[in-house]
Design a protein around this ligand. Structure first.
Ligand SMILES: Nc1ncnc2c1ncn2[C@@H]1O[C@H](COP(=O)(O)OP(=O)(O)OP(=O)(O)O)[C@@H](O)[C@H]1O
Ligand SMILES: [Mg+2]
Length: 377
């Protein structure tokens, strides 16, 4: 057990790190952040910040000295140099977990190899293998880059026969995964925490609505059948166990009209679809992450109030001005979270709000109305 008072290292300086630190501070931990760019959202609330490239082994060595544990808020850090971190502190999750989850090919092969349900796929590395994969998988399907995808970047949906030579050129990545398009009735996600001694606890299933391939709204609990909730939890537990993750693992899922649950992708860290847990659950995903990494007892994950989380992207900032937050702040059941990230570029995650329910249902229409009033399109 890593006792409160210890310093925890966080790789990555974004809002997920920031909210993990804010939660961990309540338990008396200190934090050191490693992030290439200075002035990051997590660094601003940390005790110490080291700015260097993720491959700078000297800087990683300096970072890890004296830490109780190292964890991640971002999985796209090159896995090889991370071996250095283990010389200073336990690394949780292990770099091997990142290695699997940061690459779509390895992730899919892990899922398939362990018998987890996911969309049929083929690995492609040329126009010829793309053409062969399309015949094998069938249309419609989607071509995704194996490395560094997020918010739908590096994806091409294919609905009809095309000049595959041309498509491969446009794709412009050395390796891809072609997967069958799933006509899902809902997208959802579940977050599990696992401790070093193998205890696992899941948060309730959340339902996710995307806009322009970026998460727009998370609804908790998901408005899906009891069977879907149970199946999702079973899958999340089994994945946490099979990966041997320590910390959080977020599992993104598709639900089909038959009620089948398929795994879309994994993230071994706090997840955007779990932000409502700060205000709507006994323990937030961020606190749970710190508890799991430090080997503390896991907190209760029950949702004390149904809730809806809405992302605030840079798009909601009027040109050169700050939005008028008073409309949101006046609402007695709304909690506003801003990440102090500076420049509000379109598509950039700048904050979110969580609207708590006044009854036993997540307030979906009310949250949508509030967002539309706040940000008329
Ligand atoms: N096989 C599929 N069938 C149907 N829809 C899909 C499929 N793959 C992806 N999508 C849609 O595109 C969205 C983004 O895909 P995915 O989660 O793979 O991408 P990503 O870029 O890694 O996103 P992020 O890491 O931000 O979640 C999904 O949430 C889903 O709405
Ligand atoms: Mg995704």
């Amino acid at each position: 057990m890593i006792q409160p008072g210890a310093t925890i290292g966080i790789m990555g300086g974004g809002q997920l790190g920031r909210m993990s630190i804010l939660a961990g501070r309540q338990l008396g931990y200190r934090f050191r952040v490693f992030e290439p760019k200075a002035g990051c959202a997590a660094g601003m609330v940390a005790d110490e910040e080291i700015n260097a490239d993720y491959t700078d082994e000297d800087a990683l060595m300096r970072f890890t000295q004296g830490l109780g544990a190292v964890t991640f808020e971002f999985e796209n850090v090159p896995a090889e140099p991370l071996a250095v971190l283990a010389s200073g502190a336990p690394v949780r999750p292990r770099p091997e977990v990142l290695y699997v989850c940061q690459n779509r090919r390895r992730e899919k092969e892990f899922l398939q190899g362990h018998g987890f349900p996911c969309a049929p796929f083929r690995v492609v590395d040329s126009a010829e293998s793309l053409a062969a994969a399309v015949s094998a998988i069938g249309l419609p399907c989607v071509l995704k880059t194996a490395d560094f995808g997020y918010d739908g970047k590096g994806q091409i949906k294919l609905s009809e026969e095309k000049d595959w030579e041309q498509v491969w050129k446009t794709f412009d990545a050395p390796l891809g995964v072609l997967e069958s398009w799933i006509p899902f009735v809902a997208e959802c996600s579940i977050i599990a925490a696992r401790t070093p001694d193998g205890r696992i606890r899941c948060f309730p299933l959340a339902e996710n609505i995307h806009r322009n391939h970026i998460l727009h709204m998370s609804i908790a609990p998901a408005r899906l059948s009891e069977q879907v909730h149970e199946r999702a939890e079973e899958i999340a537990r089994d994945i946490a166990e099979a990966l041997g993750v320590v910390g959080l693992i977020a599992v993104e899922l598709f639900v089909t009209d038959k009620g089948d649950v398929l795994v879309n992708e994994l993230a071994p860290r706090p997840h955007n679809s779990g932000h409502h847990t700060i205000d709507a659950c006994m323990t937030s995903q961020f606190e749970q992450h710190i508890r799991a990494v430090c080997g503390l007892p896991l907190g209760a994950t029950n949702l004390h109030t149904p809730a809806v989380m809405v992302n605030l992207l840079g798009d909601v900032w009027p040109q050169g001005k700050d939005p008028d937050w008073s409309h949101l702040l006046r609402n007695p059941r709304l909690k506003l979270h801003l990440y102090d990230k500076g420049e509000p570029r379109p598509g950039r995650k700048m904050g979110h709000f969580t609207l708590l329910s006044r009854d036993d249902k997540p307030p979906v229409d009310e949250a949508a109305r509030l967002f539309d009033e706040f940000f008329p399109r």
